[in-house]
Ligand binder design. Structure first.
Ligand code: PLP
Length: 421
């Protein structure tokens, strides 16, 4: 009754309207679909144990160096002489200098501390970055893809609706077994390209030569590469580039995203950073160039408050000798899981990709990926992630995550073996 009255009062008058691009987003999200199916299975089989190889969250605690740094920094906040209030939104110099030295300069990448922006997540940064560019830019994303790159461009109105597994107006760079899950250079130049290596979900890595080709392409076509290196800490083959800035000329055409989430178990602690070389330019409608660094600085200082002091001290701790050792051990643990999963699945006859320099294993199931998911859940009580949820090219594959205890990995593989044999 009241509703009706309100409606008739406002009828014909102006009301707040929504950003209708949100309505184009696919109604259900991959992990909520998985959650629903797992919950249903649980309610039907309350006695059955479920092993989760699905969501890519870390399971091991923070390295001891980080915990010690946390405690020390917390104690500093208890004293007037060492207390800190608002910090530099770009991040404290002590952290940015360590990042510049250890993650870039020590590998020959010419990156300075003031080109680094500390943040609370690579998800936010990869998602927000597109805001700097006009609505009519053309965007290319890998397929399969980390969904944030796509959804944030949908929200910004750069796409049409979702039909037949894809959004109209986006360029999808197909990644498959033929190209080793490294996208070919597109024939039609996009303004903005997202690349992610080591890759989520395929676990693929990119060689120096392949990355050089991409940088060359971006320089020739004046496009910008957004390079997501959230999983860099899993690279063990030293011939692989850790950063796009190890490639000559990349400073002018690339931005890189890194995160402490997977590197050092910070998924709940939150710390990441974005690297924007000062020589990286974008253009206005009159073809005047503008430093992307200045645009992001403006955005970051306007919309972001900085990462808390204790967290930045904990992040800094991973760059000490002991910190680097502890981080390597932490990630070696997950890589051991990955190697075990690959070995056992291959023995069962499955073709596996990734898992070498990445915590994800991309398994060719030779069937519909949701059917395989259901089969694994029903018969083995094991949860994986259907590849179709990451894009059309993911159909037929599932992603298995190595973020787990070794005991669980062994148990899960035993269950899979029993179910599949
Ligand atoms: N980029 C990729 C490719 C990821 O897979 C993830 C997390 O799953 C992120 C970024 C997010 O990192 P963060 O925890 O720093 O937001």
């Amino acid at each position: 009754m009241l509703k009706k009255k309100i409606y008739s009062f406002y009828k014909g008058k102006r009301m707040i309207t929504i950003n209708e691009h949100y309505l184009k987003l696919r109604a259900s999200y991959l992990f909520s679909d998985i959650g629903k199916r797992v919950a249903e299975f649980k309610s039907k089989n309350p006695e059955k144990e479920i092993i989760k190889f699905g969501i890519g969250d870390v399971t091991r605690p923070l390295p001891k160096v980080c915990i010690d740094a946390f405690h020390k920094a917390t104690d500093e906040m208890a004293n007037e002489s060492s207390f800190r209030g608002y910090g530099d939104e770009q991040g404290y110099a002590f952290l940015r200098e360590k990042i510049a030295h250890y993650d870039f300069q020590s590998r020959g990448a010419d990156i300075m501390a003031d080109e680094i922006f500390v943040s609370d997540g690579a998800k936010c940064d990869t998602g927000n970055f597109q805001e700097l560019f006009s609505q009519d830019i053309t965007v290319a994303v890998p397929d399969p893809v980390y969904p944030v790159y796509v959804d944030t461009n949908v929200m910004a109105g750069r796409t049409r609706g979702f039909t037949d597994g894809r959004y109209g107006g986006l360029t999808y760079l197909e990644c498959n077994a033929r190209n080793g899950f490294v996208p070919d250079l597109p024939k039609d130049r996009p303004d903005l390209v997202y690349l992610c290596f080591p890759n989520n979900p395929t676990g693929a890595t990119i060689t120096k030569t392949q990355l050089e080709q991409w940088v060359d392409y971006a320089r020739k076509t004046r496009s910008l590469i957004l390079f997501d290196a959230a999983y860099v800490a899993f690279i063990r083959d030293d011939s692989l580039p850790h950063s796009i800035f190890e490639i000559e000329g990349a400073r002018d055409v690339a931005v890189e995203f890194r995160s402490f989430s997977k590197t050092a178990g910070f998924t709940g602690t939150r710390c990441a950073y974005t690297v924007i070389p000062k020589s990286c330019m974008a253009y206005d409608s009159r073809d005047n160039q503008h430093a992307i660094h200045s645009l992001w600085l403006r955005r970051h200082t306007t919309k972001f408050n900085g990462v808390c002091y204790m967290v930045q001290r904990a992040a800094e701790a991973i760059y000490s000798d002991e910190g680097r050792k502890q981080v390597a051990e932490l990630n070696d643990y997950y890589l051991r899981n990955a190697h075990y999963i690959v070995k056992e699945l291959r023995l069962l006859g499955y073709e596996c990709f990734g898992g070498e320099n990445a915590p994800y294993i991309w398994v060719d199931t030779r069937m519909n990926s949701w059917k395989f998911f259901d089969m694994l859940l029903e018969k083995a009580g094991v949860v994986c992630t259907p590849g179709a949820g990451f894009g059309k090219c993911g159909e037929g594959y599932v992603r298995i995550s190595a973020f787990n205890s070794f005991e669980n990995v062994q148990k899960g593989l035993e269950k899979i073996k029993k179910a599949i044999r």
